[in-house]
Design a protein around this ligand. Sequence first.
Ligand code: PHE
Length: 337
Amino acid sequence: MIEKLKAIEQEVKVLILNNADETEMFRLKYLSKKGLINDLFEEFKTIPNDQKKEVGKYMNILKQTAQEKLDSAQVKFSTDKQNSSNIIDTSLPGDAQKIGTQHPLVLIEKEIFRIFNTLGFSLAYGPEIEDDWHNFSGLNFPENHPARDMQDTFFIEKDIALRTHTSSVQIRLMEKQSPPLRAIMPGRVYRNEAISARAHCFFHQVEGIYIDKKVSFADLKQTLYYFVKEMFGEEFEVRFRPSYFPFTEPSAEMDISCTICKGKGCNVCKYTGWVEILGCGMIDTNVLQANNINPEEYSGFAFGMGIERITMLKYNIKDLRVFSINDMRFLQQFESE
Ligand code: PHE
């Protein structure tokens, strides 16, 4: 038997395996359950006990030789599929990690900060839950006056409501600081409106205020012209229309030529070629007086704009609801930090 084992071992040793198929044939012939080596182990059981030690040694040598040959051939001829699961290829490019993007409203808000910052405006914030004084009375809305219905208000209790505009922060600023004042005040505002492509029950505004000696309507216009040029570029036209707000006199609304159709007429500008972007005016003397600022000495202007509106014009977005439904396909289109 020893001779037979030696012969087989020699045979295994000289065998050359050239590919995966030959390797598999080799495995079946020698090392599978029904293979030659298993058969030899069966035969081994029948030999006299005193020979077992010697024969066993050759059995093991044969098995080891065959197994080593099989192992190295399997590594050599393993398919790509096996390769990737067994071996880490450090030369392959890594899996890209997705980083979050900034919300378009945040991007535009930052741009608004940047523009007004170059004009010396600082930042101020106020609470979203407001009392009647800051949201209405302090801003010269007379009690029971229909102007209070200009904005549909969510009341929390009598005289406490979710702010309907960021103009409330004007009052908070005037209480805390004395002129000269120059600040922008961003934040979320709430109105009890049916949700549609053009309106939402919450949105964002940026309020601006400038109070100093001899501030004029010309200063207001130049400031806002500068803002539009910086935000949208030189090619857009601007116009002021007379308007009414209880806290400004005179009051105006500012339109820019439609950024979507470039003034030709489309459904965003309702075929007028113009879109309203903000309300503004000279701060009413009643508002200054109510906050202990002498209107003989100081004058000022204020403006308030909707961040959603600016963002829609800037990015050509036609439905306001996309800002709050968190659709990743929409959000991923914007820059990250
Ligand atoms: N608060 C006004 C609004 O929400 C906008 C505005 C702000 C108008 C400041 C004039 C001055 O419509």
